[in-house]
Design a protein. Structure first.
Lengths: 195, 198
């Protein structure tokens, strides 16, 4: 019995010291990590809403959906489009994309925020071919509206990556779903204004 | 006990991957590119050196019965430090290594060295042991990473090295390729061993 208390006490002491050390490290790295996360979103927004002014992208956080509104000038008077984060289960990870649409609902920009797909196959959703500027898989989405979005195997016109249909489908379907949710929300908001 | 022997044994004679065949989970999983291999090797080396030093320092205070949980706490603490630091200062590497950074906790090389070496030897030798073993692990990962990335993706450190006519052997960067490459290297080193012993 005495032994258990003694051993337990020692273990407790060790874990307390470890926790204290980690708390210290966390206080140093936390602001850095938050900064990195913010930077990732900011850079993604620049790609998703290429026409928007960098200081004129506002986050809208309604109860239903979270999205961004982009304006052309810092005074926020000319709306150029909306951006939303789409999430879909890929082959080995959840794929997150930031996608931007203009006010008519056509895609004007997109970029992958997070993916841990199979190297050489699924990761091609981000592959930029030599001499090109944008990832060739993502370029297919530009100008399309949610109704057009489906991979060829599902009867659509997005050419899936050879050997990575699941990753391609995850990106395509998650973007379509996210845009539909956004569209519905915007329509509702518009009707509410009219009434 | 000689300093050079304790340091260099991890490079070849007791290389954690090719000789002791330990820590195969991260070896197989993240050796698909040179960058991942070196990142993982460096992270594991840091954890190995730190945990070896701390465990060696406290080796006379730790009761035998609960040494393993205490070792695990020490190791987990350093792994979390690496994880946080990597997320803050090397976000790209952190992203590509993913779950395998936190999984360093259960890498048997680290617990193995704590149990087999640091718990019984002085701080200085434990430091040398950790550093040598860590570098040995990194060398092994890099060797696999170079082979797999070069042949499987036609790149080195993410830069294409062959012309467009090169058709990569895709299977090498996929999970089965990890087993194939590791198996061939293990066989190769065993063969060398046999030759040199004769």
């Amino acid at each position: 019995m005495k032994d258990i208390i003694k051993l337990g006490g020692i273990l407790l002491l060790v874990t307390v010291i470890a926790a204290a050390a980690l708390a210290m490290v966390n206080s140093v790295t936390k602001p850095k990590i938050d900064e990195q996360k913010k930077l990732v979103i900011e850079n993604a927004l620049k790609i998703a809403l290429p026409l928007a002014h960098k200081d004129a992208i506002v986050k809208v956080d309604s109860s239903e959906v979270e999205y961004y509104k982009g304006y052309k000038t810092p005074e926020k008077n000319e709306l150029v489009g909306y951006a939303i984060v789409a999430k879909g289960q890929g082959y080995s990870s959840e794929i997150e994309t930031m996608v931007g649409v203009d006010t008519a609902g056509a895609i004007i920009g997109l970029t992958v925020l997070h993916q841990v797909e199979t190297p050489g196959l699924g990761t091609k959703i981000e592959e930029i071919r030599y001499g090109e500027e944008k990832p060739w898989f993502q370029v297919q989405f530009l100008g399309k509206t949610p109704e057009d979005l489906a991979v060829e195997q599902d009867g659509g016109n997005i050419k899936a990556i050879t050997g990575a249909t699941i990753s391609s489908r995850a990106v395509t379907n998650s973007i379509r779903d996210a845009l539909n949710v956004l569209k519905e929300h915007l329509q509702k908001a518009e009707e509410a204004v009219k009434e | 006990m000689s300093m050079t022997k304790e340091f260099f044994k991890g490079f070849y004679a007791e290389n954690p991957v090719f000789r002791l065949v330990l820590g195969l989970c991260p070896t197989l999983a993240v050796s698909n590119s040179v960058q991942n291999a070196i990142g993982m090797g460096a992270a594991a080396t840091f954890v190995l050196v730190c945990s070896n030093v701390i465990i060696s320092l406290i080796r006379n205070m730790v009761p035998k019965k609960i040494r393993i949980p205490i070792y695990i706490v020490v190791i987990a603490t350093f792994v979390t430090i690496v994880d946080l630091a990597m997320a803050g200062f090397a976000p790209d590497l952190h992203k590509s290594l993913g779950i395998f950074v936190p999984l360093i906790v259960v890498n048997c090389i680290i617990l193995g060295r704590a149990e087999a070496f640091a718990g019984k030897n002085s701080v200085f030798y434990s430091l040398l042991d950790g550093l040598g073993m860590g570098i040995g692990f990194m060398l092994a990962l890099t060797l696999l990473g170079v082979t797999r990335e070069l042949l499987g993706d036609g790149k080195l450190w993410g830069v294409p090295v062959f012309g467009s006519g090169f058709e990569p052997v895709l299977i090498l960067i996929l999970p089965p390729g990890a087993f194939l490459t590791l198996g061939l290297y293990l066989g190769f080193f065993n063969w060398i061993d046999k030759k040199t012993k004769k």
